[in-house]
Design a protein around this ligand. Structure first.
Ligand code: PLP
Ligand code: COI
Length: 363
């Protein structure tokens, strides 16, 4: 592949070009891989990070003994960049993704990526792929996927001596077909666990997602596009969905409830929605949620970068024969708090309201 050396000069909206100029069906994007111009690559060796490069080929040449391949020494992030009405482009809270990737990295003995390097890397890959940022009004976003993995070879179980950091980008639309307009039916998973109590559930490590493949595909086959995991020790408490956090809303009392479990991934979307909810005068409770308590919520939301704010129509629990044991039904249409939270976070991301919490980082 062709490599370019990285410009370290700060970008301004005048020299980055216009978003949305690639030839793509902007309003029809789902959440699938699509080729773009480049990804960014940086290698950590001998205790330090090398130069970042923008690489056009989407292929990597890696050692057959790489610890990521054998022992799952890999973690990733997900964040989005949005085009505003004037053609400028902003990333949403990359500083939070920087903190979280360093926590994930530390948990599986990988090196820290200094925050300025991380944000610069994200900035530069967006800038180089500006044509692939969905235009303002399309509803889409450029999804950034930072990935850190052990690329050095070890055959005994030990951390690698070399790490590769990549940031790839993909223009995306809705994760679940129909977006906000269509509540998604979920299955409560009883036959598998996502995360052990003292395991790696709170880290965004690759293995967590491998563990979720079977339950996720089985649920889809049964007609449930989303899975809800319970606490592994007792299967009595709500944890989170496969790729998103759980929020329960008590509309009448204006209460926003989200699980306190230490094995849930600390979602940046959830954190942002909590701030918005408090700004709206809602009470935010971070505490254990018993499965039986699902009955008490008027609205249930799955939240995350990819799924944004997805309304959950119902949650079903099956017995050991696969028959419906209980079904919790929430709002049939999109609930009013769900819509309101969605609208508020999306209008900040789109630059349609004042960014009072300073969440938007200009590219
Ligand atoms: N929970 C899991 C397991 C996830 O994979 C994600 C996605 O990143 C989230 C929650 C949502 O986190 P965030 O809002 O930071 O994207
Ligand atoms: C994200 O929301 O950024 C995610 O990482 C979800 C992904 C696992 C599909």
């Amino acid at each position: 592949g062709t490599t370019f050396s990285l410009s370290v000069s700060a970008a301004s909206s005048t020299d980055i070009g216009a978003p949305g100029t690639a030839d793509l069906p902007w309003s029809e994007l789902g959440f699938e891989y699509r080729p773009t111009k480049s990804h960014l690559r940086m290698v950590h060796k001998d205790g330090k990070w090398g130069e970042a490069e923008l690489v056009e080929s989407p292929y990597l040449n890696i050692h057959i003994g790489a610890t990521a391949l054998h022992y799952g020494q890999a973690c990733f992030e997900g964040l989005k960049a949005f085009a505003h009405n004037d053609g400028s482009v902003y990333m949403f809270r990359p500083d939070e993704n920087s903190k979280r990737i360093n926590k994930s990295a530390e948990r599986i003995m990988m090196p820290e990526i200094p925050t300025d390097l991380f944000i610069q890397a994200c900035n530069d890959v967006v800038k180089d792929n500006i044509a692939y940022v969905p235009p303002y009004g399309s509803g889409g976003a450029l999804y950034l996927r930072p990935l850190l993995f052990g690329s050095g070879s070890r055959i005994g179980l030990q951390p690698s001596d070399e790490y590769t950091f990549i940031v790839l980008v993909v223009p995306v639309g809705d994760y679940y077909k129909g977006g906000l307009a269509k509540p998604v039916d979920g299955l409560i998973v009883d036959e598998y666990d996502r995360a052990a109590p003292l395991g790696v559930g709170a880290a965004k490590v690759a293995g967590n997602y491998a563990a979720d493949l079977i339950p996720n595909m089985q649920a889809k086959k049964k007609g449930y596009p989303i899975c809800l995991y319970l606490d592994a020790a007792t299967h009595t408490k709500v944890e989170e969905f496969s790729t998103s956090n759980f929020i329960g809303i008590d509309t009448e009392n204006k209460v926003y409830v989200t699980p306190a479990s230490p094995s849930v991934l600390p979602s940046i979307t959830n954190k942002s929605l909590q701030t918005i909810a408090k700004d709206n005068g809602m009470t935010v409770e971070i505490r254990d949620i018993d499965v039986a308590e699902l009955d008490r919520f008027d609205e249930v939301i799955a939240c995350g970068t990819a799924v944004v704010v997805t309304p959950i129509g119902s949650l079903t629990r099956l017995d050991e024969n696969g028959n419906e044991a209980s079904k919790f039904v929430f709002t049939e249409d999109v609930g009013k708090m769900t819509r309101s939270l969605y609208d508020q976070v999306r209008s900040i991301q789109n630059g349609e309201v004042e960014d009072i919490h300073h969440w938007n980082f200009k590219v």
